[in-house]
Design a protein around this ligand. Structure first.
Ligand code: ZN
Length: 333
């Protein structure tokens, strides 16, 4: 049997076709030293009421990003079938082992969920979870909302985003959902490398895919969690799954043109020269990497290649060569 035809080892304890609220797990067998016949138990909630569109909502695709899990555990606790037309599938912590370890990647296999698609049913734990989303959950969805934040090493302006796509009808639907989310910033997002991403897997299936970057630093703020909670309800209202009007808030649209990413070329101590949201001119020094091996060395100046505003930055005080230090974005009028 080829890998592509092998069934997933994951057993859901919920029935995706049953009306009502179900709180259960995706049970993934995982034999190990402290549990010979053990499992990874990924929490899942399904709220279904009749026919209608299906939304797939995910958090902790990266385990150290918290606005998504906070908004989605909360939504799962309070959503009732009478509020819903269609189906809402909630997985608050997609890379559950990483979430439990408070790390970006899985402590089991170092798997980065967002670089593991389409996954493998006979692969590592992370690849098996990706494969289950690829073949079982994504095909059920009309709309996919995947929460991200900066995690321990990046910090972002709070934004909701979708990608520029070859299918302009699909792109338009995604940007409309981003507008409905009503984050303070809305982004036409450019990725450094799209291979293996959940985003790409969903988009290639023709789904309306929306993502976020809502702060970072490995924690959350009152504001970013409020934005996440309002945003998920807004996207469900926009899709007609929840009744009521979208609770709009002002948003500023941003683009990420070529040249938006700046990388460190040496190890050192990072001094940020501008804060998130500040206006930057092309050629302006946005960060300075101070050498730390000895005194007397000149810092490496990181200059913005384009004019715009600072949309994201490296969070910890120390950087390594190759780290993304700053990300610029430009306003769309
Ligand atoms: Zn992430």
């Amino acid at each position: 049997m080829s890998a592509s035809l092998r069934p997933s080892p994951i057993i859901p304890t919920v029935d995706f076709d049953r009306d009502g609220v179900q709180h259960g797990h995706l049970r993934l067998p995982y034999s190990r030293d402290d549990s010979a016949w053990g499992s990874v138990m990924i929490p899942i909630c399904v709220v279904k009421n009749g026919s209608g569109p299906t939304a797939l909502l995910t958090g902790a695709n990266h385990g150290d990003e918290y606005e998504g899990p906070l908004a989605l555990f909360d939504l799962a606790r309070r959503l009732e079938p009478k509020d819903v037309s269609g189906t809402v599938i909630i997985v608050p912590a997609m890379n559950y082992p990483a979430f439990r370890a408070a790390t970006r990647t899985s402590p089991i296999d170092r798997g980065n969920m967002n670089r593991s698609f389409p996954g493998r049913p006979d692969g590592t734990v992370t690849q098996k979870i990706a494969d289950y989303f690829q073949r079982e959950l994504l095909p059920r969805a009309d709309l996919v909302l995947d929460f991200h934040s900066g995690g321990k090493t990046l910090d972002f302006l709070p934004w909701c985003a979708a990608h520029v796509l070859p299918d302009k009808a699909q792109e338009k639907a995604a940007f409309a959902a981003v507008e409905a989310f009503s984050a303070p910033w809305s982004v036409k997002m450019l990725e450094i490398d799209t291979v293996g991403m959940y985003d790409t897997a969903a988009e290639e299936m023709g789904k309306v895919f929306v993502t976020t970057e809502l702060g970072g630093g490995g924690g959350s703020t009152a504001e970013t969690v409020r934005i996440a909670r309002r945003g998920v309800s807004n996207v469900l209202r926009h899709a007609g799954i929840l009744a009521g009007d979208v609770e709009t808030a002002p948003t500023t649209w941003l683009d990420m043109p070529d040249g938006c990413f700046c990388f460190a070329e040496s190890d050192g101590l990072m001094e940020t020269m501008v804060d998130l949201g500040e206006t930057v001119a092309a050629g302006q020094v946005v960060a300075r990497i101070h050498p730390i091996a000895r005194t007397g060395g000149a810092p490496q100046d990181i200059e913005a290649a384009i004019s715009g505003l600072l949309a994201a930055r490296h969070f910890p005080g120390l950087v390594q060569a190759g780290d993304c230090v700053s990300v610029m974005a430009t306003r769309i009028d």
